[in-house]
Write a protein that binds this ligand. Structure first.
Ligand SMILES: Nc1ncnc2c1ncn2[C@@H]1O[C@H](COP(=O)(O)OP(=O)(O)OP(=O)(O)O)[C@@H](O)[C@H]1O
Ligand SMILES: [Mg+2]
Length: 256
């Protein structure tokens, strides 16, 4: 795929067949954009449209443009050319191989050297509480370990200019760190979230309802201030969670 300077979503129709309320959304490299909305409102479907580079051929009738143009068929169908990475909502490894074998194979297919394997495991282990070992079978990894491994794999090996993330907060991994890792400089990142901290960490957020885009909200200065307060609260909650997980006691509340 050529250098990407713009990803455009040309909106289509909602679940009732009515036009979406926003016509077009333009996203440039370096932007993290949120996708929010109730359960079943079409957040994952929007992510899927981008992943497939839909051209009016899905139920939403959306079209996805790269640098203002419809991408050719070769880009849509060849994963090496497409370079869109997705951390999906439901993810399980089915392959009967070890973590190391899988990462070696992936690194080789992307012409990366074998040092990257160790690097991916080290980074994944900063995101999850339960350590991942190179000799672990992929199929025995917990949900949190699998998602941590995929996040690190996307960041280090795939290194795609477009990254799609579906509800990272439910993965049982350090969500803010994972988002920062995946949103490396110059990438276009779309993150589906129900989490106020993650939603307010973005510059803009797409609001979904009934399968359609309803509006795009720009995060205000007031919201950014709320976000910094929420980060403190969230870190406090995480530290309590860790203490409780490790069998500790939390008898004194701290005012944040
Ligand atoms: N524009 C649309 N037209 C027709 N069907 C749609 C449209 N958008 C979404 N759907 C369908 O609605 C259902 C729910 O959508 P989706 O899974 O994307 O919701 P979600 O917001 O991700 O929900 P959750 O928060 O539970 O993950 C899916 O079956 C999807 O195919
Ligand atoms: Mg979803």
């Amino acid at each position: 795929m050529q250098d990407i300077h713009e990803l455009t979503i040309i909106c289509g129709i909602d679940k009732s067949g009515a036009k979406e309320d926003v016509e077009k959304i333009r996203i440039c490299p370096g932007e993290i954009i949120g996708i929010v909305g109730p359960t079943g409102s079409g957040k994952s479907s929007l992510i899927c449209d981008i992943e497939q580079l839909s051209q009016g051929d899905t139920p939403t009738r959306r079209k996805i443009l790269i640098n203002g143009k419809a991408p050719g068929r070769d880009i849509r169908t060849d994963p090496r050319k497409k370079r869109i990475a997705q951390l999906s909502q439901n993810m399980h490894f089915l392959a009967d191989m070890t973590v190391e074998e899988f990462l070696r194979m992936h690194a080789k297919s992307r012409n990366r050297n074998s040092d990257t394997v160790e690097q991916v495991i080290d980074i994944a282990n900063t995101l999850t509480g339960e350590s991942i070992q190179p000799g672990h079978q992929l199929t025995i990894l917990s949900g949190g370990q699998s998602r941590a491994l995929m996040a690190a794999d996307i960041a280090v090996i795939s290194d795609s200019p477009i990254v799609l993330i579906d509800e990272i907060e439910n993965a049982g991994i350090k969500k803010q760190e994972a988002l920062k890792l995946l949103a490396a400089e110059g990438k276009i990142v779309l993150v589906v979230t129900h989490d106020p901290v993650l939603a307010l960490m973005t510059k803009r957020r797409i609001v979904m309802r009934n399968g359609g885009v309803r509006q795009v909200i720009t995060t205000s200065t007031g919201e950014m201030n709320v976000c910094s307060e929420l980060v403190k609260l969230d870190n406090y909650m995480m530290s309590l969670r860790d203490t409780i997980r490790q069998g500790g006691l939390v008898e004194q509340a701290v005012v944040v």
